[in-house]
Design a protein. Structure first.
Ligand code: SF4
Ligand code: SF4
Length: 281
């Protein structure tokens, strides 16, 4: 289990602990301020990301120290974890409000509004999280779809997330000052700052999922669709066997490869039971 399961999950998956979504956690002023700044000060988010990119030019030992500091801070304020769709469905089973909002990352990287992020709350009307977001200056929404928050039913939200899987986006949950979880995002390696930070620059700001994928060679027909959608370069193709092969040390356990496999040849296994991946987060 990841560090957050041990710290915030009482030995279970931390993002399935109902208390981590509690409105009461938003009585903490620092947490509220962080959410307000996060959604409005996109310039500082972009500036920080440019600094991360610049780190590549810094001598290795300094880079190593700075990377560890960034990860330590992120774990306190805004850290994510990759989550497969069945666990997102479990989360949707106990939250009482789901709203779709514009993605800040895509605002920065694409300069366009993409509605890939979902706010979740135990309160039926979005509770304090909804109040905070409704009260923000949303001038970063460049339109044309400038409605701030769209309320969705659980069925609509899960259907959206299934469509995002078809686009090759991987689901993740996000804290706003751990352990409070307020958001579910749909990430990809080119446009999501967190994935670029974690995968491209080697500065983790999100955990891998609690799972890893494996291919059943008896089912696989070698079509390579799974290779096409894997954001983490974990799938290769065995020319001699004419089958896909997943490197479980590279796999983030998102399960997106399953959504494009017509042969139902890929399954997720508990990371803790797969020795080569159990300690990789
Ligand atoms: S998508 Fe499925 S059938 Fe196609 S290569 Fe991957 S595992 Fe095999
Ligand atoms: S191989 Fe692993 S990381 Fe790649 S899409 Fe499948 S589950 Fe995700």
């Amino acid at each position: 289990m990841c560090e957050f399961c041990l710290k915030h999950g009482e030995g279970k998956k931390w993002y399935l602990q109902v208390s981590n979504y509690s409105d009461d956690l938003l009585s903490d002023v620092r947490r509220r301020r962080f959410i307000e700044t996060f959604f409005t000060d996109t310039e500082s988010l972009e500036r920080n990301f440019r600094r991360v990119e610049q780190l590549e030019k810094v001598p290795g030992f300094i880079r190593g120290i700075v990377k560890r500091v960034i990860t330590r801070k992120a774990k306190k304020v805004h850290y994510g974890q990759v989550v497969p769709i069945e666990d997102i469905e479990r989360i949707f089973g106990f939250v009482n409000s789901i709203v779709r909002v514009a993605c800040i990352c895509r605002h920065i990287t694409l300069g366009r509004e993409k509605r890939y992020c979902y706010g979740v709350s135990l309160a039926p009307d979005g509770g304090r999280l909804g109040e905070i977001i409704r009260g923000l200056d949303k001038s970063y929404l460049s339109g044309p779809d400038m409605v701030g928050m769209e309320e969705l039913s659980k069925e609509e939200a899960i259907s959206d997330l299934r469509s995002h899987e078809q686009e090759g986006l991987c689901h993740s949950v996000w804290t706003f000052h751990a352990p409070f979880i307020g958001g579910i995002c749909n990430c990809d390696r080119s446009d999501c700052l967190a994935m670029r930070c974690t995968v491209t620059h080697g500065i983790p700001v999100m955990f891998r999922a609690e799972y890893v994928a494996a291919v059943d060679p008896d089912q696989c027909n070698g079509c390579r669709e799974c290779m096409r959608v894997c954001q983490f370069g974990a799938v290769s193709y065995s020319v001699s066997n004419k089958k896909a092969v997943i490197d479980q040390r590279q796999c983030y356990g998102c399960g997106i490869c399953r959504s494009v496999c017509q042969k139902d040849a890929i399954r997720l296994e508990e990371r803790s039971k797969v020795s080569v991946a159990a300690s990789l987060w």
